[in-house]
Design a protein around this ligand. Structure first.
Ligand code: SIN
Length: 275
């Protein structure tokens, strides 16, 4: 283990680990970056406390793991490619991450990971839940897994992004709302493990099935993903960081702290085409 103080403490048996003994604002050596990457592969989401990062430091940390991802509809924080503002206060009407999802799966190459830093948190509440998509897949019966292995899902964005961001069509990243087809079960490019890859925010339908069959199967899978045995729940403090792998985990943010403010930034990392 590089860096004599680095320690990793799992959050639940299913996923999540808190890493301490690292200052993310500094120049990290290769061995430390590799240790974080290895922990991310093992635990699917890793957490850090007491990291007073500014946007330059958050971006620099994120870029150690990949290039910044450009969101199709939400503008970056000016001057910071890949950085989105995550903010809710008394004037908010809705919020990001209100259903189980992995990020931006409407893209042909959805982000591999996301790093969220919150600098302001409510007195209580505002937790984020994470779910292990390897475990959810492996817990299904063999005949159902076999059926899912051959299926493709359509992931869209207009239904979700048009009203939410209100970005005029000419300002969208590609001049349109992306829609992509992905396998219902994807193989993780690093671990080689299979993970469920449908989610409540972006997945529209399963291509090979009738509308009724697709709806019933997706609802069954969403209920399954929602089982607490696949989850961990992260309680934020000011200057906590969560770094999740969008290829193997989903997340759900809770808005149970109205009218308090919860505020921070997310650096999103480019990914590759799911197979
Ligand atoms: C998101 O979906 O990226 C938001 C997560 C959160 O606010 O906890």
């Amino acid at each position: 283990m590089p860096g004599s103080d680095l320690s990793i403490v799992p959050l639940t048996p299913s996923l999540g680990a808190e890493i301490s003994g690292i200052d993310l604002s500094g120049d990290l050596d290769e061995a430390t970056v590799q240790a974080i990457q290895d922990a991310l592969m093992d635990y699917l989401v890793v957490f850090f406390r007491d990291q007073a990062l500014d946007l330059d430091q958050l971006s620099a940390f994120g870029r150690r793991f990949g290039l910044p991802h450009t969101h199709p509809a939400e503008p970056d924080v000016p001057g910071y490619p890949g950085v989105l503002k995550i903010h809710t206060d008394a004037s908010s009407k809705t919020y990001s991450g209100r259903k189980w999802h992995s990020d931006v799966t409407c893209d042909a190459e959805p982000p591999m990971g996301s790093i969220l830093h919150l600098h302001q948190v409510p007195a209580s509440g505002g937790d984020t839940l994470f779910a292990n998509m390897y475990a959810a897949y492996e817990a299904l019966s063999a005949p159902l897994r076999q059926m899912l292995d051959g299926l493709t899902a359509v992931h869209g964005s207009e239904h979700n992004f048009r009203g939410y961001y209100g970005t005029p069509d000419e300002d969208l990243r590609d001049g349109m709302f992306p829609e992509s087809r992905h396998p219902v079960v994807r193989r993780h490019p690093v671990t080689g493990r299979e993970a469920l890859f449908v989610n409540e925010i972006f997945t529209l339908r399963i291509e090979e099935l009738s509308t009724a069959e697709s709806e019933a199967l997706l609802n069954l899978l969403y209920e399954h993903i929602n089982e607490p045995r696949f989850h961990c729940r992260f309680r934020w403090q000011a200057n906590s960081v969560a770094f999740w792998d969008n290829r193997s985990a989903q997340h759900l943010a809770l808005w149970d702290y109205y009218p308090e403010t919860r505020s921070g930034h997310r650096f999103t990392i480019q990914g590759d085409r799911p197979v």
